[in-house]
Design a protein around this ligand. Sequence first.
Ligand code: ZN
Length: 229
Amino acid sequence: MPPVAFTARITEFDGTRRTAALSAAEADAVIDSALLFDEAAVTAGGERHGTLTITHSISHPPSACGTLPASRRWTAVLEAAHPVRPTLRQYEDLALLAAWEEEHPEGAMLTPAGAAATRFEHVPPASARHLLAAGWLTPDGGGAHGHVTVSYAGRIAMTLYQHRLRTGVVGAEAWASGAISGGWVACPPLYVEGCTCGWRGPAPSGDAAIVRGHGRDHRQGELQRLFVV
Ligand SMILES: [Zn+2]
């Protein structure tokens, strides 16, 4: 059994619901096929755990007897099966393999010892095993002579590593000038959102929920870019 990358909550066209465990390869196939069809969409969530919603719609001409709805929808909500918290080392290993894939879409070679090797560098066997177990690499099924590519789950993990949000507090005091002299007075705190990529929220706000919402929007936008064809 290949490692599980995502848990999918699926609503079929007829409305029945089921839960499925998807390997990295299965999830890649579901996402790639959705990206190919006009009547399908892949939407990233802005949460820290990288949720994806995939929808396929089918439109029918209105039926004469009126028994079929005019359109039906298939939905899968994919949630990462493992905490999406790669270490710096894991992020660097994934980035190395993703960069190699830009010129070599077949991916890195899986050596007999289990390393993921590009021409000049390699991810050692123990590290490669962890990446495979997390569902962050997709093996092509060729065993010891096969290749591995960075899965969508792995690309989500990389994006979440690059975009770690922080809420800071600014302006808890302000200088107020009085009739004779000024003084520092306490002010309600202002919150500001920042990201490890260098992004900063549009403006400080007294409402922490608002600035965190800007942060989630930023992260959602970055995740969504993974699913632009
Ligand atoms: Zn960012």
